[in-house]
Ligand binder design. Structure first.
Ligand code: PRP
Length: 214
């Protein structure tokens, strides 16, 4: 049955790694996404038949849009959710885009004197992890291509997402420790959750039934 919410909802979707699987999940849930949804350069895609509007955002910005209420609902990786630390409700584990956050480095890496450096896109998560391990490290924030850091001597180790492991392998790096498994989550704005509860619940139920089936 085609999805249509009572009240209009804005949903923030991350472009990139998660996008394809998330769009597939939406279609399975009965949201009639236009074919150009996947390839368009448009940043706002209304789907009036479903009473939904999609914001196609940079993944790290999804929790920000949802916290500030410009999106009622968001689709986001647990990695980004933990790193951003935004005040949002986590509604559901969508169980897609499975990967893991891990520590990686060169195979011959050994602790040496001084404070070792760790490069990552996830400084908050990495700092917490090493603090809990009782290890003192200097965390260096990078915005991408993290695997470069040990190769060019910026940092001894990295904290990054490992999915297929191909990027590590092709760059001669190895996974040293798994920090945590990661999946994609459905999140909601706290006010929307109360004020538009019927519509939010409706979308939640649609997603939940698809997740259960798969
Ligand atoms: C992510 C991650 C790794 C890679 C892991 O990067 O940061 O580099 O994917 O995937 P794999 O284990 O399947 O090789 P992304 O493609 O998101 O780009 P980035 O390097 O700009 O962060």
């Amino acid at each position: 049955m085609a999805v249509k919410t009572e009240e209009k909802l804005v949903i923030a979707m991350p472009k990139g790694r998660i996008f394809e699987e998330a769009a597939e999940l939406l279609r399975k849930a009965g949201v009639s996404l236009p074919p150009e949804f996947d390839d368009s350069r448009k940043l706002i895609v209304p789907v009036p038949e479903a009473n939904l509007e999609f914001i196609l955002a940079k993944p790290t910005d999804v929790p920000t849009y949802v916290e500030y209420g410009v999106a009622d609902i968001g689709v986001v990786g647990k990695d980004v959710l933990l790193e951003e630390g935004r005040d949002v409700y986590e509604l559901l584990d969508l169980k897609i885009s499975r990967c893991r956050l891990a520590v990686a480095g060169l195979p011959d890496w050994k602790p040496s004197g001084g404070t070792p450096r760790v490069a990552t896109k996830y400084p908050r998560v990495a700092s917490k992890y090493f603090r809990e391990q009782g290890q003192q490290v200097e965390v260096i924030k990078l915005n991408g291509s993290i695997e470069l850091a040990p190769l060019i001597g910026l940092a001894e180790r990295i904290v990054d997402i490992v999915s297929t492991g191909r990027t590590l392998k092709e760059n001669g790096l190895v996974e040293l420790e798994e920090i945590m498994p990661i999946t994609t989550r459905l999140i909601a704005n706290r006010v929307s959750y109360r004020m538009k509860s019927e519509a939010v619940d409706y979308i939640y139920e649609k997603f939940a039934s698809i997740v259960e089936e798969s």
